[in-house]
Design a binder for this molecule. Structure first.
Ligand code: FAD
Length: 342
């Protein structure tokens, strides 16, 4: 690989790309600020958020409260809405000026779109879709990105030894938002965005927002697999009664029974519920990585040998359509219709 535009000798600090939509910071950016804070503290370096947009000054304060020491703020009417050309151009000059050591972005549509192009511009390595980020214990400096490789069969750890910045993308839900009083203090530095209309080759003609569900923060997940044969009525009612969300396996999405925003797992979302009820799901590793941060997992499956029982705290061998109705009936009778988990 070609040497990057700058090397480890001049690189310093941890940077987080602050993604936002409709005037709100993306949840994944807050999650990355929490993880970035830990990495920066371990390195003894500052945590910087870089924020590109128009009329987004308020979000800089929010990022500081969430842990950033510095927010680099570039505001320009051509930075809103997001386009790859505009954000790449401005972010590249910010990065070459500030020379971060580590740079984290959400593995969202825009985060992935931007990360790939920045990595090429900066001639550095990008570890995509990390499921964990730590610092190499030997050096205390090198970023170690953990990713599921070869179809999820192995967990690979990836380091970028020579080139900088060390870039990684992380899916929403992998890290938790920091709990705290939001009293962290920092500074906002305004950056001049050098950009002209002719730099942007795409025109946003229309924005269509889909009705998507965020399953990553649900307190209860009721997960449906192929064993439901696409009949989710019972599991949806159970999720509603428990104040949770319905999640599904990839098979359910591939069969068109559910939309991909509800998919749990390696190519779906990582969830952090207090309780996950998992029904008609065999327990492939690509699925279980999305529920292994649940406090309690209850599995129901016909097959006593199903691997899901190894990932579960409690298991019921049986037909989900016979096991679950009495539970739903109990919850209905107990008046759980208000959606609160007792
Ligand atoms: C690169 C890659 C990425 C992937 N990413 C993901 C991912 O993000 N998420 C994901 O989920 N999968 C993913 N997969 C697919 C994964 O490997 C499995 O194929 C999938 O998780 C299986 O889904 P399932 O458990 O619903 O179906 P199956 O494996 O078919 O299991 C169905 C289960 O239902 C049980 N059952 C049947 N009828 C009943 C009944 N009436 N009551 C109770 N139990 C019943 C059966 O005993 C069986 O255990 C990925 C695969 C690859 C190669």
């Amino acid at each position: 690989m070609n040497p990057s535009r700058y090397g480890p000798d001049v690189a310093t600090g941890v940077w987080v790309y602050l993604e936002h939509e409709d005037g709100e910071l993306a949840g994944v950016s807050l999650e990355l600020l929490a993880q970035g804070r830990e990495l920066a503290d371990e390195q003894g370096s500052p945590l910087t958020g870089f924020l590109l947009g128009n009329g987004v000054r308020g979000l800089a304060d929010e990022a500081i409260a969430a842990g950033a020491d510095i927010v680099l703020l570039a505001e320009h009417e051509l930075l809103d809405p997001y386009t790859n050309d505009a954000h790449t151009l401005v972010a590249t000059s910010m990065i070459l000026e500030g020379r971060p050591d580590i740079m984290l972005l959400g593995a969202t549509f825009n985060g992935r779109d931007l990360a790939g192009r920045l990595a090429v511009r900066l001639r550095t390595g990008l570890t995509a879709d990390c499921t964990d980020l730590t610092l190499d214990p030997d050096t205390g400096l090198l970023l170690v990105g953990e990713v599921a490789g070869f179809g999820g069969g192995i967990v690979a750890t990836i380091k970028c030894r020579e080139n900088r910045p060390q870039m990684a993308t992380v899916r929403p839900g992998v890290f938790a938002v920091a709990e705290g009083n939001g009293q962290h203090e920092g500074t906002v530095t305004e950056v001049q965005a050098e950009i002209a209309p002719e730099d942007i080759r795409t025109t946003v003609i229309e924005r269509v927002t889909a009705d998507v569900t965020d399953i990553t923060q649900a307190p209860v997940i009721v997960a449906a697999g192929a064993g439901t044969r696409g009949d989710f009525a019972l599991l949806q009612e159970l999720a509603d009664l428990l104040g949770g969300e319905l999640g599904v396996t990839r098979v359910a999405v591939d069969n068109g029974w559910a939309t991909s925003d509800r998919q749990i797992g390696q190519t779906g979302y990582v969830t952090h519920p207090k309780l996950a009820i998992v029904a008609g799901i065999s327990g492939a590793l690509q699925f279980t990585v999305g529920i292994d941060q649940a406090d309690t997992v209850v599995a129901i499956d016909l097959d006593p040998e199903a691997p899901i029982f190894e990932a579960a705290d409690f298991g019921v061998v049986g037909d989900l359509f016979e096991v679950l109705p009495p539970l739903v009936e109990e919850l209905r009778a107990a008046g759980n219709g208000n959606g609160a988990m007792e």
